[in-house]
Write a protein that binds this ligand. Structure first.
Ligand SMILES: NC(=O)c1ccc[n+]([C@@H]2O[C@H](COP(=O)([O-])OP(=O)(O)OC[C@H]3O[C@@H](n4cnc5c(N)ncnc54)[C@H](OP(=O)(O)O)[C@@H]3O)[C@@H](O)[C@H]2O)c1
Length: 391
């Protein structure tokens, strides 16, 4: 039996949030003592209410004020702290009534609350890669200053962390991030012009939220992960490589100076890296599916095609440029994915808009947090204005 640990979840109604709650239940079934302190959501108050009934947290935060009122009407004398809006979220994060924050909001919205939790000196199990993409240096400095920890949840970064364990940093030659290649791995450039939202949302290996599923189809997800890996493991972009591995069994690899490579393998199930982030550096038993090597007939690899998936190169360029370039990259991508999901632009226009935003918006070196917010605002405005213009 371990020490009792309180967990808060940003985005409890999302794909990672729901899996995290399952992991907590499963770990407790195996004799652990995890409990939920706060659940944070945007709008899905019906599911949030079910989660409250099951996990009995101290409180909830609902970003959308109208939905917060709706949620209040569900409560039947239950003792629960209910906060709403960004201000409510900031208050809950800064009070730090949790040992670990699972940061699994989608997009740029995750940055502020994640920083608040780090300032409260807490451990952050980070799924929200956008936080590191837009403000990696500030996140790392904040974690250092407040003696807080960031542990990756993303399966690739969890794999790298597992391969790193017991090794000296000097012995690492490069990181090899694996990518499934998404649903359009074998589509021609011409075909990609015509793909539909439904096709793009049909990922072959992983069931995830809509935004990351589109990022996986454009391969921007891998570009964002290169930036995330740079800030988590302090290696330059030229030592972070991408390899397409359609089976998603090897979650990533580390090559060492002697030519040896360590890989971490597992079934494509986010519950495994979520559990590892919560128990790191230890491991505990889990009930999740094991690899049956009798059924995995082959593991294949290929280089990513940056001609057909240009967002990979744009992500490397933004990382090399530094400053606010990665915030512009991220915001232009978020806005373009939103437009694609609303059927306002074609799939291939996502990369076009990101490229144009990076070319048009001047970047600032060593930005402070306000300058990052300003770069984010400008890039979104640029994409939405360009779309109006072209329609
Ligand atoms: N899904 C995966 O397998 C996976 C794997 C690796 C990394 N990640 C990363 O984890 C993060 C979450 O991904 P996901 O797939 O779980 O997303 P998702 O299913 O779309 O869930 C997003 C969650 O965030 C909440 N939310 C959205 N906007 C918000 C806002 N402005 N303020 C507060 N809450 C907000 C949503 O609440 P409502 O439900 O109320 O709208 C929902 O709970 C992303 O950064 C993604 O890149 C995901």
């Amino acid at each position: 039996m371990r020490t009792r640990r309180g967990i808060a979840i940003l985005g409890s109604t999302g794909s990672i949030g729901k899996s995290s709650l399952d992991v907590i239940s499963s770990m407790n079934e195996h004799g652990e003592d995890y409990y939920v302190t706060y659940l944070v959501t945007n709008k899905n108050v019906d599911l949030l209410y079910q989660q409250v009934k099951k996990y009995n947290p101290i409180g909830v935060v609902i970003i959308n004020e109208e939905r917060a009122k709706q949620f209040q009407s569900y409560l039947n004398g239950e003792k629960l702290n209910v906060y709403s809006g960004e201000a409510g979220l900031a208050e809950v994060m800064s009070r730090g009534e949790f040992d670990v924050l699972i940061s699994s909001l989608v997009g740029f919205a995750g940055l502020r609350p994640t920083l608040e939790a780090l300032r409260a000196g807490k451990t952050v199990a980070l799924a929200n890669k956008e936080t590191l993409v837009v403000a990696g240096e500030i996140v790392n400095e904040t974690a250092r200053e407040y003696r807080a920890n960031v542990v990756p949840v993303d399966s690739e970064h969890s794999a790298i962390l597992q391969c790193f364990t017991g090794e000296d940093k000097e012995s690492i030659a490069k990181l090899i991030l694996t990518a499934s290649g998404g649903p359009f791995l074998n589509r021609s450039k011409e075909d990609l012009e015509k793909v539909t939202v439904e096709e793009a949302l049909n990922h072959p290996n992983w069931r995830m939220g809509n935004k990351i599923t589109i990022d996986s189809a454009t391969l921007m997800n891998k570009g964002l992960e290169v930036i995330e890996a740079h800030y988590l493991f302090d290696l330059p972009p030229e030592r972070i490589e991408i390899v397409v591995h359609p089976q998603s069994i090897i979650h990533s690899m580390v090559e060492f100076v002697d030519g040896s490579i360590k890989a971490q393998l597992g079934m494509p199930d986010m519950k495994i890296p979520i559990q590892y982030a919560l128990t790191y550096p230890e491991r505990i038993r889990s009930k999740y599916q094991r690899i049956d090597f009798g059924k995995v007939s082959q593991l294949t690899f290929m280089r990513p095609d940056v001609e057909r998936f240009p967002l990979i190169s744009l992500a490397y360029e933004a990382l090399s440029q530094g400053g606010t370039a990665t915030a512009v990259l991220n915001a232009a991508n978020e806005a373009s994915v939103d437009l694609f999901l609303r059927r306002k632009i074609r799939f291939t226009q996502i990369a076009d808009f990101v490229r144009q935003a990076l070319e048009s918006i001047p970047t600032k070196r060593l930005p402070d947090i306000d300058e990052i917010f300003e770069a984010d605002r400008q890039a979104r405005q640029f994409v939405y204005a360009e779309t109006e213009h072209s329609n």
